[in-house]
Design a protein around this ligand. Sequence first.
Ligand code: SAM
Length: 234
Amino acid sequence: MIICIGAGPGDVGYLTQRGVDLIRNADVVAGFEAVLNVVRSVVPATAEVVTMGYRDQIEKLEQVAAAHHAGKRCVVVFMGDIHFSGFQYLERVERACGHPVETLPGISSAQILASRAKVCFDETSFITFHRRGDLTPFKRHLVHVLNDGRNAIVIPCPWDAARSFMPPHIATYLLENGIPPEHPTEVWENLTRNEAEWHGTLAECAHKEFSDMSIMLIRTLRPMSSQIEPAEAK
Ligand SMILES: C[S@@+](CC[C@H](N)C(=O)[O-])C[C@H]1O[C@@H](n2cnc3c(N)ncnc32)[C@H](O)[C@@H]1O
């Protein structure tokens, strides 16, 4: 048996009770070191812990898949929620296993941000740049989201200089693509741990630096509720 579970955004208090039960009963618990550290206090002493990094994840996932095929209860832990900015890793797990695997949702950094910043999901789009492959369609989509009067919650890309697309790069790209500089913008770091928050405009964000563990909110200038005609609002 194998299941992928969302570990929550950093503090173990945000791991779901179902996630705790699955980890407590696991023979094998696998994941990236930073994510394993989130759940470490609930991993049983009897479990084999498989720690992986970007370079060895394929071999390590094959090791976990072999344990799963041998009948062991395996859990692969993901940062936050699997279903936001986690699918490329999920695909690697499924490729190693040779079949689709079950997922257990977790609490995403996007949900904590929405709660801290009081932003309504219904009027917000979620975009991640923390992904392999061409970012261009996702950049264009972000421009459309803001032009459509929606908020955007954005996970930046913290990788090497060639690919890095962090909040100042995102803000600069949006300004170059005609998005007004006065959009209220927030960047939240290390949510549920040593939190830091920054509030300003898109123009100001273009000149700020943030750590890798950051998530961005760009608020619309035209809240969707104010776009509803009085007759429609009834
Ligand atoms: C591969 S994405 C995974 C996101 C995760 N699936 C989620 O639902 O939050 C990793 C990025 O998410 C953002 N992130 C994750 N946890 C965070 C936190 N506690 N505070 C701020 N940003 C966070 C950071 O930008 C980090 O580099």
